[in-house]
Structures are given as C-alpha cells and as structure tokens.
Design a protein around this ligand. Structure first.
Ligand code: MN
Length: 286
C-alpha cells in the first residue's frame, strides 16, 4: 500500500488584490519538486462578501512559464487577458489558462455575484509546464460544469468529477501538457474511496470540507494537503464527515524550478528575461 509522506498545512493567509482572501497551501518556494507538476495552490475563502458595486479582485498582472487553473466552488470569477480571451465562471466551472510565453490578465469577482453578495470559495492551482513548452503561445480553456464528467460512486458513497485526466474510463475535457489527474471528489460520511495510481507519480489531495482518514490511520482536515509517497500504487481513504476533496496526481517533470513572483522558469536568467519582456510590453496589455 502507498504510504503517507506528510501532511502540508497552509503557509498562512493573505489577500490577493482586494477580492481573494487566500490560504497558501504550497508554493514553488516549498514543496514544488515534491508536488511536480503542480507548483502552487491558493485556497480562497470560503468567505462571505456583502453586496457591493465595487470591482473586487486583482488588476492587470503578468504570468510566464506555467498554467493558472481556477476552480470555483462558490461565487463567480471574471477574467480577461491580453490575448483577448476572457469569460465568467461560476460554481463547478474551471478556467485553465496557459500563460506559457507570457500574457497579462486580470481576475475579479463576477459583477452579478458582487451585486448580490454571498459566499466566495475557489482554488487557484498553478500547473508547471515542461521546459520544452514554457515558451509556447498562451491559450485559454474555459471548462464548464456541464462538460466535466461526473461519476457516481457505488453504494451512494459520493462522486468524482474529472476536471483533467481519467477516472473509471471517463476522460476529463482539459488538454494538459503532461500527464495528470485533477478530480473534484465528494465523499459521504462513512464511505471510502480506493484508488490505484501509477507508481512514481505525485499523488496528493486537499480537504476543502469535512475530514478524511487514510487507510493507515492519519486524519486530514480542511485546508490540509496530504502528499503520498511515490512508491506503491494503491491506497484508500474514508470520510469521517461528508467531505469535499481535491485530488491531484501527475508525472513529476524532474526539471529545475526557479520562480519569482508571477514567473516560473528553469533558470534565473530566464526569470530576468521575463521581467525585461514584461516591462518592454512583449506580454501584451489589456
Ligand atoms: Mn493571475
């Protein structure tokens, strides 16, 4: 059986702009090699926002060298970028933005949501690109709830939504640059989920709600990320309470990771070049 490597707790809370009160779960400054191909995770909310006519969020800023993945659980996110892409996503929807060679974007609460107010909850996950793909052209995948296959688990145990990768022969709609699985898992109290993954891959899961217990006995609580050892293929966990789990699995890239602010490359020289290119307008503007 696959063993638990460790449980990663949040690095602490901060605001991203004035719209996203996040707990940083991990970043390229701590366990990005262990988590590869995943680079960073911010867990925003859940937080109640009163109705407002203000545009809450984060204005124009660049990215290069990776993908930003926004998964909305509650509320709405509006996005625009310098390639002309944009859109609004709500609960169950996902934005999978490939920054690659570079772009500039802005991220705000949806106008309708802001007007009404309510609970805001989302994950922003950064997914690294293989060295050979870091400078490809940017692209944008808007993945709506209705496009994401949802598999009901036997015995009314819950469900698995396949955002990327494959579960029970259902393939998720996302095109990725390296092999990975990103699943939104709901598990009912008392039910368990047994998984078989590829030996050597990164395997981890974040608890958003509830509480789960690994087959080996360790308990994992909200805003905690369990990282499994790479050895072994099979493991299972059970829900102590009704739980919402984000499952992340993928083949590690095994390439150098050098990150600074919104850029993640393979060397410091490439980071310096990213700043030069951004400042000279090569990543575009909104
Ligand atoms: Mn951004």
């Amino acid at each position: 059986m696959k063993k638990l490597a460790f449980i990663k707790k949040s690095n602490g809370s901060h605001w991203v702009g004035d719209g996203f009160p996040v707990r940083n779960i991990f970043s390229y400054n701590d366990i990005a090699q262990e988590m590869s191909p995943f680079l960073m995770m911010d867990y925003a909310g859940p937080k109640e926002f009163p109705p407002t006519s203000k545009k809450l969020g984060v204005g124009s800023h660049p990215h290069r060298g990776f993908e930003t993945v926004t998964i909305v659980y509650s509320g709405e996110v509006e996005h625009r970028d310098s390639t002309g892409a944009g859109g609004k996503i709500g609960p169950g929807d996902v934005q999978w933005m490939t920054a690659a060679s570079g772009l500039v974007h802005e991220e705000f609460h949806g106008t309708e949501f802001a007007k009404k107010g309510g609970t805001f909850e989302m994950i922003q996950l950064w997914v690294n690109l293989p060295k050979k793909d870091k400078m490809v052209s940017p692209r944008y995948q808007e993945i709506l709830n209705s496009q994401i296959p949802e598999i009901q688990l036997p015995e009314n145990a819950g469900s698995v939504r396949v955002i990327a990768g494959e579960y029970a022969n259902k393939v998720g709609p996302t095109n990725t640059f390296s092999p990975m699985n990103v699943w939104d898992v709901r598990l009912k109290a008392g039910s368990s989920l047994s998984l078989k993954v590829k030996e050597g891959d990164t395997t981890s899961f974040l608890i958003l709600k509830g509480e789960v217990q690994l087959h080996s006995g360790e308990k994992v609580l909200p805003a905690e990320l369990a990282l499994m050892e790479r050895a072994g293929e099979e493991f299972s966990f059970s829900a102590v309470e009704d739980s919402v789990v984000l499952f992340l699995n993928g083949t590690p890239l095994n390439e150098p990771i050098v990150g600074y602010g919104p850029f993640v490359m393979n060397s410091e020289a490439e980071i310096r070049q990213a700043f030069v290119d951004y400042q000279s307008g090569k990543m575009g503007k909104i």
